[in-house]
Design a protein around this ligand. Structure first.
Ligand code: NAD
Length: 525
């Protein structure tokens, strides 16, 4: 689709390697309507195919992903700067597993469920709850996991009978484009399309003829998207930012906690909605834990373990948050400086900060950088109180050897996922729901529960009753009223057992009278 729109919104050099990236053509907003028309036509035919067949077709994607693993890992690395090993494990292999999971479980999950119907009250009737496809689903996605995040929704959405239109981030348009390419020859044409551009194109897509929105991105944009959807009563899922707390208790295995927290904070250079962005450690072990975290952070190699930040804006945010924290009295235990090389201008040293100020942006706002802020707390109660004080609530972790006690504490945390002795690794696992509370958004992806978003229930009732009238139809008569009151006594309203027996015998007299009324269509008294 030729477009006059400028292509300059797409980065043309890799943040990781400084290498030149291919040019990308933006989608003209005027072209969105025809893309959606094609998607709708393709969806109508696709929805008529059985879920088994849809699952079989989509399952072919797994092989395509695995065959092109190296190319995909390289592209994700080039566009985001994350280490290739991380891209391969966290995005490429994880997405192949997502395909296998849904292809296996979705057909059964999509089967119609027979609803319970009391045969006395509703004679000769049966009802089924079907999961109908939503139709055309718009996905507006961020740049931090440009491959895995779209696919975690596209795959179940397709098997559920939908078409999808993906708007990748303007920072990672090439990974978005390759997703559509992978689906060629896997599903019918038009079923998976990509529109390229910035927030204006995302906004235009949401305003267009779509049936559902899955948005993943910042809380600021998520609110705008939710607002635009509310105006149209368009259902949506908004998966937003996070400020995960890791709570470390006195009996924790400190080596494991330190290594786990450093991975949880530095993975993808901290540009992860489920990154550890706050550590609350009880004071008896806080210094010892800090020393271990510092040692683990110092051992990380720039480029191999932790890549540069993906955008200049992220680099500036990290800089600003650290400057404000220092101003407020925080102590930088290691790191704290930018790393500049010939290849990359957005590197940042893995940084560990000692801080005791929850109002600081480093603790209150999403930093999205390779920074571990550690706060010593008096006890577990203070840790929980401070962890829950955030406006975000995506995931959290508790580090302790007393897992039974931790399980009880987990229920008190404001978070969609709580991990005991690990942190936030479940985002890529398709059998588990992923979603947060508070300003981390609403709705979830992953697990059969996600089908509640990607489909809508349609009830179909079949009535084989050949009587001229149902008990509750006209005419309304004193007999019908007596019948209703007798049922009230029988269903628990009677004061005594005797009252219930009396109601039962009364029913034997009332029922034939009502049957007579229904037959004749005339009141009996
Ligand atoms: P962002 O909000 O800037 O952009 C996300 C997407 O929205 C992009 O495709 C962008 O072009 C589009 N967009 C921007 N303005 C829009 C508008 N008015 N209408 C429609 N679309 C619009 O987010 P980002 O910087 O790309 O991603 C980082 C954020 O994503 C972080 O806050 C992170 O925590 C969050 N995130 C959350 C999850 C989760 O599962 N909860 C996962 C990954 C990332």
């Amino acid at each position: 689709m030729a477009s006059a729109a400028p292509t300059s919104i797409f980065p043309l050099t890799s943040p990781a390697t400084g290498k030149e990236l291919s040019a990308v053509e933006a989608t003209a907003k005027g072209d969105i309507a025809s893309i959606l028309t094609r998607a709708r036509e393709a969806q109508a035919k696709w929805a008529a195919v059985t879920p088994e067949r849809r699952a079989r077709d989509v399952s072919r994607l797994k092989k395509k992903i695995l065959q092109r693993a190296e190319e995909l890992g390289q592209l994700i690395h080039d566009e985001t700067g994350k280490p290739e090993a991380e891209a391969l494990l966290g995005e490429v292999l994880a997405s192949a597993d997502v395909v296998a999971y849904w292809a296996e479980i979705a057909p059964e999950e999509l089967e119609p469920l027979e609803a319970e119907l009391d045969s006395l009250s509703y004679p000769k009737k049966r009802a089924w709850i079907h999961r109908e496809a939503r139709g055309v689903i718009a996905l507006v996605m961020p740049w931090n996991f440009p491959f895995a995040l779209p696919l975690r929704t596209i795959i179940p959405a397709l098997i559920a009978g939908n078409a999808v239109v993906l708007k990748p981030s303007e920072i990672t348009p090439r990974t978005g484009a390759i997703i559509a390419d992978l689906f060629k020859d896997v599903v019918p044409e038009g079923l998976v399309s990509v529109v390229q551009g910035g927030g204006d194109v995302g906004g235009a897509l949401i305003d267009a003829d779509i049936d559902f929105v899955v948005f993943t991105g910042s809380t600021t944009t998520g609110k705008k998207v939710a607002h635009a959807c509310a105006e149209r009563l368009l259902p949506c899922v908004v998966e937003l930012g996070g400020k995960d707390a890791a709570i470390v208790l006195a009996d924790a295995d400190l080596d494991r906690a330190a290594n786990g927290i450093v991975w949880g904070a530095m993975m993808n250079a901290g540009q992860n909605c489920g990154a550890v962005e706050r550590v609350y450690a009880v004071k008896s072990i806080a210094d010892q834990l800090s020393a271990k975290i510092v040692a683990a952070a110092k051992a990380l190699r720039f480029g191999e373990d932790v890549g540069p930040l993906t955008t200049k804006m992220q680099h500036e945010t990290v800089q600003k948050h650290l400057a404000a924290a220092k101003e407020a009295g925080a102590e930088i235990l290691t790191g704290g400086n930018a790393i500049e090389s010939e290849k990359s201008k957005t590197g940042w040293e893995p940084t560990v900060v000692k801080i005791d100020d929850d109002a600081c942006p480093l603790i209150a706002d999403e930093t999205f950088g390779p920074v571990v802020p550690i706060t010593a707390v008096a006890d577990v109660e203070e840790a929980i109180k401070r962890a829950n004080a955030s406006r975000y609530g995506l995931t959290a972790s508790i580090w302790t050897q007393d897992v039974d006690a931790a399980e009880k504490l987990a229920h008190r945390l404001k978070a969609g996922v709580v991990t005991i002795n690990n942190h936030s690794f479940t985002g890529a696992i398709p059998s588990m729901p992923w979603g947060g509370v508070g300003e981390s958004g609403w709705g979830f992806t992953g697990s059969p529960l996600a089908l509640d978003h990607l489909t809508r229930p349609r009830v179909i009732v079949i009535d084989r009753n050949r009587a001229a009238r149902e008990t509750w139809w006209y005419p309304y008569t004193p007999t019908l009223k007596r019948l209703a009151l007798t049922f009230a006594l029988l269903r628990g309203g009677a004061k005594s057992f005797g009252g219930r027996i009396g109601a039962f015998f009364a029913l034997l007299g009332i029922l034939p009278k009502r049957m007579g009324e229904l037959k004749s269509g005339k009141p009996s008294d």
